[in-house]
Design a protein around this ligand. Structure first.
Ligand code: COA
Length: 707
């Protein structure tokens, strides 16, 4: 039976044992003990080694059973072959968490041994972090139980890393960049504890303001999505995922043995969850450092203050790129800045103080911005000039930052020679957000604003359409019994009608007369399609006739379809011919849903035809989606203006697209045997005139999901 303890004691343990502690300074088992001792941990420290003796002033225990105090964490650093025995000792001692450093498990195909350890651990009330990890750091316990370089600064950024080596390197990097950490956890093979559970803990950890996750592959993506949606309402979450490229994704999969999932889906789903995805490690660190200290903005308008026009224009471009709105009330700008700048300066945002400005003018302009109601954030730029006393300027920047720090977000970008680099270096080390590049600075401000918008947005419940799922599963089961993994057109239409999707009218005819009657009832023009479980690709078999205008054309088409289908496949069982209303032309879109290997049920939307195939103009969301999320899918594609109506055309029925998307999302969420659904095309008409699901395809698992 699986017994779970929560992860709290992983971050606040009463005692830590290191199984495999070594006197040999070159060994990992020595480094871990050294870091624990040096980090100032004041719980019980228990190095374990059969040789006994002493290490770094600590008693070395010959076995875990010799330890008297409670041991919440056992860091295991012995070779793979003896890990299981060590785990058994941990169970006897009542250890809560196994932090398994050792490599050589699922990442190299040794899945069974890893599973044996996890099963045994669960049976004995223990949880497993790793294996194949570098350890854990927790600021609240002053505990560095990693084999990293030490010297971790405590602060407000929590890092979860799937990569070991990179995680270790992050220890040195964060220290060099003066980034303080509240926690650092290596998850490695994620055999038991994964990002999701750690996120739940970190979300309620007061010291943590920003969570930075380095991820290579997603396991249990559905749970991750649910948790991220909640956590991003409390904290800034930054993710950096490798494997953007196809080759990179393959490398990541072989690195940690987990599925990377396609990058577009990952990207879209992270945005849906309110997570900030950084392009590079450096960007992730820049954001984390800035977000950990920046106050939440009170409003959306930023002001650029500069002493150089060119750099001001660059910053304006960057603001557009990173979605930072600029304050634009020209009258107020003039009133605010005229008193603090020369006549030939410009008060239009960017506020250009010109090269003639002194450090004092600069300070006055910043004060004017930050004291003004409605000017919510400042982006302060500086081009080196001879008029500035550099030392004085450095102190002014420090003073301005300290003064407004908790009240309004402020960021600096300075451009110049050695003296300027020196300011950037010194202030940076003291935690002032100062950059050598305008784009890097504005990218941080953009990250803050994106996170802010997310924090402000009211959460919305997913739209769960109440349909008869048993009826859908019944249709699937019947098809499955015939050995199929797909539904025939008429079966797929039944599913679509259970979902209440608008479709062209259709009647299956078993004879020429029935076909004519059906066409007369539906009204011309009509389309005719063969109905046969033996003919999947109807067009290839000559089983489709379009645009039939009268009785004679229907009669001819019926005979032609039967003739060519029989020629195509002699023994095909033909149920009849489907007579379908010919949908009037409109904008062709495509809506799909499927079970994704990483994230579980997802929905997809795009414009049809070449937009999907050539332009790859599609977007994804984890299902089930809310109406707002479905709406954002529609407005996010590049060809969205075609739906808004271009060149005098009317706006299309976007509301109805949203309805269809939420219904497919409900279907894929509830009917887990369905692997793929695609409506292609979903023809969209003018606003108020609806949509039509012209072709619906459904694939399912040939074997039902074991519940
Ligand atoms: N209990 C406690 N200690 C034991 C023991 C037991 N049952 N059996 C042996 N030991 C001792 C050893 O005697 C040794 O101490 P010593 O130096 O005093 O002799 C110590 O444990 C370590 O064992 P050793 O055999 O020397 O292993 P190692 O230190 O060379 O390697 C690992 C152990 C875990 C580091 C190695 O197997 C490994 O997996 N390395 C990769 C780690 C990694 O990269 N992880 C991912 C990072 S991201």
């Amino acid at each position: 039976m699986r017994t779970k303890t929560d992860v709290d004691s992983l971050f606040e343990p009463r005692g830590v044992a290191v199984v495999g502690a070594s006197h040999n300074e070159a060994k990992i088992g020595y480094r871990i003990v050294e870091n624990i001792v040096k980090s100032g941990y004041n719980g019980g420290i228990y190095p374990i080694n059969p040789k006994g003796g002493e290490i770094l002033g600590q008693k070395m225990y010959e076995s875990l059973s010799a330890v008297e105090g409670p041991v919440d964490i056992a860091v295991i650093s012995v070779p793979e072959k003896i890990v299981f025995d060590a785990v058994k000792d941990c169970a006897d001692k009542g250890v809560k968490h196994l932090v398994i450093i050792t490599s050589g498990f699922s990442e190299v195909g040794n899945v069974e041994e890893e599973q044996r350890i996890v099963d045994f651990a669960h049976d004995h009330g223990m949880r497993v972090l790793g294996p194949n990890i570098f350890g854990i750091y927790s600021a609240s316990a002053s505990l560095d139980a990693t084999f990293g370089p030490g010297g971790i600064l405590s602060g407000h950024v929590a890092i979860i890393s799937q990569s070991g080596a990179l995680g270790v390197a992050m220890i040195g990097k964060t220290a060099a960049e003066s980034i303080g950490l509240s926690a650092l956890v290596s998850v490695g093979n994620k055999s038991d504890i994964d990002e999701t559970e750690l996120l739940e803990y970190l979300a309620q950890d007061d010291a943590t303001r920003v969570i930075l996750i380095y991820i290579e592959g997603v396991k249990h993506g559905e749970r991750l999505v649910e948790t991220l949606k909640k956590v991003t309402r409390e904290k800034h979450v930054v993710v950096i995922k490798s494997g953007r490229s196809k080759r990179g994704a393959m490398a990541a999969a072989s690195h940690t043995g987990s599925l990377a999932g396609t990058d577009e889906i990952f990207d879209n789903v992270m945005r849906q969850c309110g997570v900030l995805r950084a392009e590079s490690l450096q960007e992730a660190f820049d954001w984390a450092r800035f977000l950990a200290d920046a106050p939440v903005p009170k409003g959306k308008y930023g002001v650029i203050v500069t002493n150089g026009g060119g750099i001001g224009v660059l910053a304006t471009d960057a603001c557009e790129k990173y979605d930072v709105a600029l304050y634009d009330d020209q009258k107020t700008l003039k009133e605010t800045f005229s008193p603090v700048m020369p006549d030939f300066g410009s008060s239009k945002n960017p506020v250009d103080l010109t090269g003639q400005a002194t450090a004092e003018d600069y300070a006055k302009a910043l004060d004017a911005t930050l004291e003004k109601e409605g000017m919510d954030a400042a982006i302060a730029l500086y081009c080196e000039t001879a008029l500035f006393d550099v030392n004085k300027f450095k102190e002014i920047l420090r003073r301005e930052y300290e003064h407004y720090r908790g009240r309004k977000p402020i960021i600096f970008a300075l451009f110049g020679g050695d003296k300027v680099d020196h300011i950037i270096d010194t202030l940076g080390k003291d935690g002032v957000p100062v950059f050598a590049s305008v784009y890097e600075a504005v990218s941080c401000m953009g990250a803050l604003y994106r996170s802010w918008r997310n924090l402000r947005e009211q959460p919305e419940e997913p739209e769960l359409y109440d349909f008869d799922a048993d009826a859908v599963n019944g249709i699937i089961e019947k098809a499955r019994q015939q050995g199929r993994g797909f539904l025939l057109a008429d079966e797929a239409q039944q599913v679509a009608s259970i979902l209440g999707l608008p479709m062209p009218r259709s009647i299956v005819a078993g004879s020429i007369q029935e076909a004519v009657d059906a066409a007369e009832e539906i009204g011309y023009p009509v389309v005719m399609k063969v109905v046969s479980k033996d003919i999947v690709h109807k067009s290839d078999a000559g089983g489709v006739a379009l645009d039939l205008d009268n009785k004679k054309e229907v009669v001819d088409a019926y005979q032609a379809i039967l003739r060519s289908c029989r020629a195509y496949k002699k023994d095909a069982v033909i149920k009849g011919v489907e007579v379908v209303e010919m949908a009037p032309p409109g904008v062709e879109t495509i809506i799909g849903a499927r079970q994704d290997g990483a994230f579980g049920p997802i929905v997809m939307f795009g414009l049809g035809g070449i937009y999907v195939e050539v332009m790859k103009d599609v977007t994804f969301r984890a299902a089930p989606v809310s109406r707002r999320e479905a709406q954002s899918m529609v407005s996010e594609i590049r060809s969205y203006p075609l739906l808004l109506g271009v060149r005098g055309e009317k706006r299309k029925d976007i509301d109805e697209i949203v309805t269809v998307a939420t219904r497919l999302s409900s279907l894929i969420h509830r009917c887990r045997d369905i692997t793929d659904v695609e409506i292609n095309p979903l023809v969209v008409y003018d606003r108020g005139e609806g949509v039509k699901a012209v072709d619906v395809r459904i694939l399912f698992k040939k074997r039902p999901e074991v519940k």
